[in-house]
Ligand binder design. Structure first.
Ligand SMILES: CSC[C@H]1O[C@H](OP(=O)(O)O)[C@H](O)[C@@H]1O
Length: 355
């Protein structure tokens, strides 16, 4: 069975699954330009570190396909950089869009310097570069799945099947397909090594109950929904073998920003002697920052806490604190960081970065 798709892109036509309508409705909406993408990302119609970068960059490819080639490559690259700089402002914590923008700007510089490439050919090269992100991300996720499943199985060699707890949504709805942490869970399931997935609701946006549960039911994986407040009791009661979460930005030392609630799961995993893994492609690792203290944490609207849809569920007038993310220190990531290049100790990432 094919896994769910959050992003549809064919010959310059881009559509995204409006995740605000899940799980009740599966409705794709068109993204016709960078402004559409920015709004959809900010409103979290599409979310998930890799998916945000991919939708942003594909929206630029949509615009470039319609754009008459400018007079000069310098003009073309100014256009591209301006659009990418705007996209990066949509949500501050995930680093994927920033890294994708930097890579595209470097490509523009190489094309500008290459006198054998004219403006039209340069535009085509940039479009191809942006469009390749879809397939590259799926390939990364399949590799993450295999590396992660192998490592967890090896570290639980006496267990026939494994019990995994996961947080937020890190599956096909957060990426171009297959997923990161949920990709590892898919690979464990494929290898017939999965006893049960416990997915947390992940308040206040409920990525777990609305999105991860949707993916797990869709693919008939053995899964149980738990409230965020049940995590400690679940680890004790069900003897969880490992916690696997995603990442929005991993710092050079392995400190990891991920959905709010991740840090407390890491603390609980430590106290219950449960392995704690982060699953993330290198496109989520920011080697430009030394540790987690430099990671910007997005504050989301208070209405995400005080309302469920249009229904108020918190007392009017109460003050709120609604950070979208928290930072888990590297020393709590006891299982390691699962990447498309392998599983590494949190402080062992730098030697494996691409040049
Ligand atoms: C595949 S990483 C997904 C990552 O992004 C989520 O945040 P959001 O739903 O706010 O975009 C969450 O932190 C996940 O771990």
């Amino acid at each position: 069975m094919a896994t769910l798709q959050a992003i549809k892109y064919n010959d310059g036509q881009l559509e995204i699954l409006d995740q605000l309508l899940l799980p009740e409705s599966c409705i794709f909406i068109p993204i016709c330009n960078v402004e559409d993408a920015w709004a959809a990302i900010r409103e979290m119609k599409v979310r998930g570190a890799p998916a945000i970068a991919i939708v942003g960059c594909l929206s630029l490819a949509v615009e470039l396909r319609k754009l008459a080639a400018p007079e000069t490559k310098e003009e073309l690259c100014r256009f591209v950089k301006e659009k990418l700089d705007y996209l990066v402002t949509s949500r501050p914590t995930a680093v994927n869009t920033q890294l994708a923008a930097e890579a595209c700007v470097k490509l523009c510089a190489r094309l500008t310097d290459n006198t054998s490439v004219d403006t039209t050919a340069a535009k085509e090269d940039i479009i191809k570069h942006l469009e390749a992100m879809l397939a590259d991300d799926v390939a990364d996720n399949l590799a993450i799945g295999e590396h992660g499943a192998r490592d967890i199985t090896k570290k639980n060699a006496t267990k026939d099947k494994l019990r995994i707890l996961t947080h937020c949504n890190t599956g096909s709805l957060a990426t171009a397909g297959y997923g990161t942490a949920l990709g590892v869970i898919r690979s464990l399931h494929k290898a017939n090594k999965l006893d049960q997935v416990y997915c947390t609701e992940t308040r206040p946006y409920n990525q777990g109950s609305r999105l991860t549960a949707f993916e797990l039911v869709y693919e008939k994986m053995p899964a149980t929904l738990v409230c965020d407040s049940m995590a400690a009791a679940a680890m004790k009661q069900f003897k969880i073998d490992a916690v696997i979460v995603g990442a929005d930005r991993v710092a050079a030392n392995g400190d990891t920003a991920n959905k709010i609630g991740t840090y407390q799961l890491a603390v609980l995993a430590k106290s219950h002697d449960v392995l704690f893994y982060v699953a993330a492609p290198f496109s989520s690792i920011d080697f430009q920052i030394p540790n987690g203290q430099s990671i910007p944490i997005e504050e989301r609207p208070h209405s995400e806490m005080t309302h469920t849809g249009s229904i108020r569920t918190a007392a009017a007038g109460i003050n709120c604190w609604n950070p979208g993310f928290d930072v888990t220190p590297a020393e709590l990531i006891t299982g390691g960081i699962i990447t498309e290049k392998g599983v590494f100790k949190p402080d062992q990432l730098a030697p494996h970065q691409s040049n």
